[in-house]
Design a protein around this ligand. Structure first.
Ligand code: ZN
Length: 430
């Protein structure tokens, strides 16, 4: 339970009042200080004073990644340069990078949120935290480290990759917590197993961020490290970075820091709120951010809200783990498919590993085909391959209404990655 990094409101019922008060602050702040936001508000004829209830948020304009790129290099800037102490940037595969600015207060708030993650994950100041995520312009390394130091635990900032050093430190420095992407945690867990050093290390918890980890990957990380606690941390660069939410020990969804931001779940077509409990796009409005505040920022990430209070007793609300990105969706023979759906189906099947690839081809007959390359489990027998192929194909057909070709490959034959593992290969020409 949270003792030090508690919510900034006393009961679940107080949340709306807290959010409305802070929302009004954000709106006056951006209207007074950001030409970008002022222009957007004026175009819709809306003033900060028009927002009197939380539902009024729908009168405000939406923002998205294109706005960040068009407002390059200091998008959404709402503070003077003398106030800005740092920038971070997210990976931009196309076009200009998204650059986000931070005041010292923003950095402090981010550290507070990160401390809340560590407290919720049950860390103490005696914990040693091996941080195996990217440093530099990325938010991950800076966020994990800043929070760790502020919390008072020991940071071991190894960064990603460098498996030999990771393994040496696991033995020599005896870290108790590993922070990594799920792909990197899996890679390291497999390596620990391969080198037979499990009994020489002290990892008790893994905190996975920056990537949507499948249930089977998490199960495999637990099995290989012989631990019961793997936490899923959320966040995106535009919203401080990682550390804005965490799965609790109950493991049913992610608690999110609703005292620091408002999360709307919108239908991607109508841009209206989805019905309670339905899947939609996560749209963020920050409540404290000074340098690059977000007003109704479309993240493209998909999830649903969970209404019931969490059995863990925490009053911070929950959403389902991130179900995918709308950009990841592909269409096969007229059916919209999210890789996460395939992930979920495969997670329930015994005898396979956590690794797979989805390959899309257009064949000479003019039709599109999906091939699933699935790694079998380490201890699987060759004689079971045929049954596995049939089982996987049947479940895909039953759930997604499309046929697929299943190829079973040897354990360890698909590439592992230190960052985000690429799973979809679309070879079709459009
Ligand atoms: Zn909980």
């Amino acid at each position: 339970m949270l003792k030090h990094f508690i919510p900034k409101y006393a009961t679940a019922d107080d949340l709306a009042g807290h959010q409305l008060k802070r929302l009004k602050w954000t709106l006056s702040h951006v209207y007074d200080n950001s030409p970008f936001y002022r222009k957007g508000f004026d175009a819709l004829g809306v003033k900060p004073s028009d927002i009197r209830t939380l539902d009024d948020i729908r009168k405000l304009p939406l923002t998205d990644a294109d706005d960040l790129r068009s407002d390059y290099p200091f998008p959404l800037k709402s503070a003077g340069f003398e106030q800005i102490v740092r920038v971070h940037s997210s990976s931009g595969t196309t076009g200009k990078r998204k650059i986000l600015s931070y005041t010292q207060k923003d950095i402090d708030d981010w550290a507070y949120m990160f401390c809340r993650c560590y407290e919720m994950a049950g860390l103490t100041r005696k914990d040693r935290v091996q941080i195996a995520v990217g440093y530099g312009l990325w938010t991950a390394g800076a966020g994990f480290q800043l929070g760790c130091e502020r919390y008072g635990a020991m940071a071991i900032p190894v960064g990603p990759g460098n498996i030999d050093m990771q393994c040496a430190f696991l033995i020599d420095l005896q870290p108790t917590v590993l922070c990594a992407t799920a792909s990197m945690a899996l890679l390291l867990a497999e390596e620990v197993n391969r080198r037979n050093i499990r009994h020489n290390i002290s990892i008790k918890k893994v905190i996975c961020g920056a990537e949507r980890a499948s249930a089977s990957t998490i199960a495999r990380i637990k099995e290989l490290f012989n631990i019961s606690e793997v936490y899923d941390i959320t966040g995106l660069t535009e919203l401080y970075g990682p550390g804005t939410g965490l799965s609790c020990h109950i493991g049913l969804g992610i608690h999110y820091w609703a005292d620091f931001y408002i999360l709307e779940i919108l239908d991607q077509e109508t841009l209206e709120p989805v019905k309670h409990g339905e899947v939609g796009e996560m749209v963020f409005t920050t409540l404290y951010k000074e340098a690059s505040p977000l007003v109704r920022y479309r993240s493209r990430d998909l999830t649903r809200l969970i209404d019931e209070p969490c059995p863990c007793g925490c009053i911070l609300p929950r959403h389902e783990k991130i179900l995918g990105r709308s950009d990841d969706m592909f269409i096969l023979r007229g059916v919209n498919i999210y890789p996460q759906q395939i992930d979920t189906i495969l997670s329930d099947i015994k005898g396979i590993s956590s690794e797979y690839q989805i390959i899309l081809d257009r064949k000479p007959d003019g039709k599109d085909y999906m091939t699933l390359k699935v790694e079998k489990a380490e201890d699987a027998q060759a004689r079971d391959d045929k049954a596995l192929v049939e089982d996987i194909a049947n479940r895909i057909k039953h759930s997604l209404m499309v046929s697929c070709i299943v190829e079973i490959v040897q354990y360890g034959s698909l590439p592992r990655s230190e960052k985000k593992t690429k799973r979809v290969f679309d070879n079709r020409e459009f």
